[in-house]
Design a protein around this ligand. Structure first.
Ligand code: KG4
Ligand code: ZN
Length: 333
């Protein structure tokens, strides 16, 4: 039997240091994520300088653990795939410099991966096989975009956020409410005990476009809190805000399905961990007879398995990078 293509994936795009070994683009041998939440929590958001310093400290131990858990070593790897953008430039730099050194010293092919491409490929790491074409909603702390995927490495963006990403809105609203960072999981939990109809927040649908905009909604929540609506429970504000975000995300996907007639949808990125979004997207796709693929939560939030998976498809298509690979804070797919 032929030995599998083993890709070491590395992601340091934001505040998590992650390394993973994936075989043939689908079988996860290891997926180590070292979170920095404890460091950034007290600031109510990510402090870029602290993030890069922590990546420097963690990159070796995290890669070591990923190789050890996978029961492999650099000699047996087929290539190293690294996320080179979009993200925080100092953070990306650490992963890129590390991957380039490993590639150079071990004579391993180097593959640069777009972080958003990684989020899309998270759907390939689940048991179910997804066919083409499919629609993909990537919704995270840094990005909110909808893509049409016609084949491996064939992406067309249908729309993206014009201002804040959905996860960013969650994090900022959580900060206003004194709920800490990251805001998504806390708001998700509190919203369960709240009344979604308590406050009528705006739904930024931007008719006629697949773009998103969450900054006005965030401001509406700020104004509501500032106006001294003390008699509202925090759970009700969370539930009402979440209802507005989920309404927009679900409605946009529904429009994309209607317009393209594509009957497959994937959901990924940190906000795809949201229980209400999962539930409502599930109901909408069931009504429309659409297959919905949502990776488990550990593959929705930032992780290197998704980078390794995308790396495999670059590998089999001979798409390699060279030593001129440099991190890019902004990098469209
Ligand atoms: O994909 P990710 O780990 O990092 C980025 O690429 O941004 O996403 C992190 C984002 C954060 O904004 C966090 O608040 C949000 O995902 N998030 C959630 C939930 N879990 C994480 N948002 C809503 N509900 C959740 N359960
Ligand atoms: Zn991400």
């Amino acid at each position: 039997m032929e030995s599998p293509v083993l890709i070491l994936g590395i992601d340091t795009s934001c505040d998590d240091t992650s390394a993973s070994v994936v075989a043939d683009g689908r079988r996860i041998f290891s997926n180590v994520v070292s979170s920095q939440n404890e460091i950034h929590k007290k600031y109510g958001g990510i402090v870029p300088e602290l993030a890069s310093r922590k990546h420097i400290e963690m990159i070796w131990p995290v890669v070591d653990e990923a190789l050890e858990t996978a029961g492999t070593d650099p000699e047996r790897l087929s290539a190293v795939a690294v996320c080179y953008g979009p993200g925080l430039i100092g953070s990306l730099l650490v992963g890129c410099a590390f991957a380039k050194s490993l590639s150079y010293t071990r004579s391993l092919p180097l593959i640069g991966i777009n972080h958003l491409e990684g989020h899309i490929f998270a759907a390939f790491l689940t048991d179910e096989k997804i066919g083409f074409p499919f629609l993909s909603l990537v919704v995270s702390g840094g990005h909110t975009a909808i893509y049409r995927i016609d084949g491996y490495l064939e992406y067309a963006e249908m729309g993206h956020t014009r201002d804040d990403a959905a996860g960013e809105a969650y994090d900022k609203v959580a900060k206003m409410l004194g709920l800490g960072y990251p805001g998504g999981p806390v708001i998700d939990r509190l919203a369960e005990k709240g009344d979604a109809g308590a406050v009528e927040f705006p739904r930024p649908y931007l008719p006629g476009s697949f773009d998103f905009s969450f900054s006005g909604l965030k401001t509406a929540v700020r104004n509501f809190i500032k106006a001294g609506n003390g008699d509202f429970r925090i759970e009700d504000i969370c539930a009402s805000f979440q209802d507005a975000v989920v309404d927009v995300l679900v409605r946009k996907c529904e429009w994309a399905i209607k317009e393209t007639h594509i009957k497959r949808l994937t959901l990924s990125g940190g906000v795809a961990a949201n229980s209400e979004l999962r539930r409502r997207m599930g109901a909408m796709t069931e009504d429309r007879d659409v297959d919905l693929f949502i990776p488990p939560v550990s593959l929705c939030t930032d992780n290197a398995a998704m980078i390794a998976s995308a790396g495999y498809f670059h590998f089999i298509n001979d798409r390699f990078s060279d030593m001129s690979l440099n991190p890019k804070a902004r990098l469209p797919l």
